[in-house]
Design a binder for this molecule. Sequence first.
Ligand code: ADP
Ligand code: ASP
Ligand code: MG
Length: 437
Amino acid sequence: MVVLKFGGTSVGSAERLKSLTALVSREDKVVVVLSAMSGVTNLLELIVEKANSFNLEKANLHLQEVEDKFLDTIKDLFSGSFLEKAAEIVGSRIALIEKDISSSKCDQKLILAQGELITTEIFSLYLNSIDVENHLLMATDFMILDENKEPDELKIQECIKPLMSNDFKLFITQGFIASTISGEIDNLKRGGSDYSASLIAAALDAKAIEIWTDIDGFHNNDPRFVDDTKPLEYLSFDEAAELAYFGAKILHPASVIPARNKSIKVWLKNTMEPEAHGTLVSDNYVSPGIKAVAAKDGITTIRIQSGRMLQAHGFLKKVFEVFDKYKTPIDVITTSEVAVSLTIDDKKYLHDIVEDLMTFGRVKVINNCSIVSVVGNHITSSPRAITKTYEAFETVPIHMISFGGSSNNITFVIDTENKIRSLRLLNNKIFQESNYV
Ligand code: ADP
Ligand code: ASP
Ligand code: MG
């Protein structure tokens, strides 16, 4: 059993969808996890936003864009009765969205799910039209979330196993979409299809996961901001997990964990260039040195300064209890004798958190921060890696440095306005041929 996930660009046109046929035809049993066609989830988010601000005219204009995109695609995929069937699929799902946005409060989760639903239904129908037998699975039947809205891995396994009928070799399902325990539609957050694939693979003890995207594997720096980035042939699970968690967009932050827990190797492959090696994430290739740099935006730094912290026990516990109360995860933390600084990326309860923290001392909030992480196996015990990393930040003001939390990463918190410059400086210092660490 292998699980193949295709992202937005990989299913972004009729031509791309057709090209998947060769990639999904294998000796093994295959579960294919699809994202929505590229751009669709963004449009659906926009539709919800406009509808909730009573701008129904704009919402309907964007809905028309979604409909046109799918209608253009099916025209190039089908003819005759298959085209009629595909038009019915698109028509009924667009009508569902139209009805929902006209109601008093539209259901964001239900609307966001339609992108993946239409894309998988069309792809499954396309395979039928060319006589490739396949079975469409509804993610809501097995991708179950617990009461904390986290995937319930035991439940997922319990629900998906019986669906793997022996009559089929090829299964198609939606990434991203999930269901709460009470049966309401939900999702795994933006970019969540990678996570779906990993959860499915873990539930089915798959022998491999392949994440097919628009680039030839994991690069050593963010190719959106830095020229001359290079694909990495191998990464360990720990390195990939840290990079994903600290912002490398190619992987959803949590997506490596289910695979790592079951030692299922993860390939990152390029749909435009299937012959390229890509990146293999596994436990077999643990090599020393800095592998890559990643950055995560939208970070808020909170600093709590308190004389009471001095020699007092239980202070940090009280601070953490505040974040626990508001279910807000902390990303990076540093402490001194009289202060503690930490970062969060979910600002929903920032106001309440700050108010509660003010009972302990002075609180300072720094908005618009980014986390920049340098990742590699045991780099914190390599003086050369440490020196090169710090040298790169010579001219960049830093709010926090986290070192030693894990032996695999050195993390900096800086103002977002300095992020791109920092990534480029790190690239020059670390990855240029002559001084490769
Ligand atoms: P998909 O729609 O297939 O899930 P994503 O857009 O989510 O694709 O992820 C692929 C993109 O991630 C690439 O096009 C690239 O711009 C971006 N990216 C950011 N950091 C990295 C990195 N370190 N290596 C490769 N790609 C990266
Ligand atoms: N379609 C969803 C998104 O755009 C999920 C995914 O692509 O992974 O975020
Ligand atoms: Mg993605």
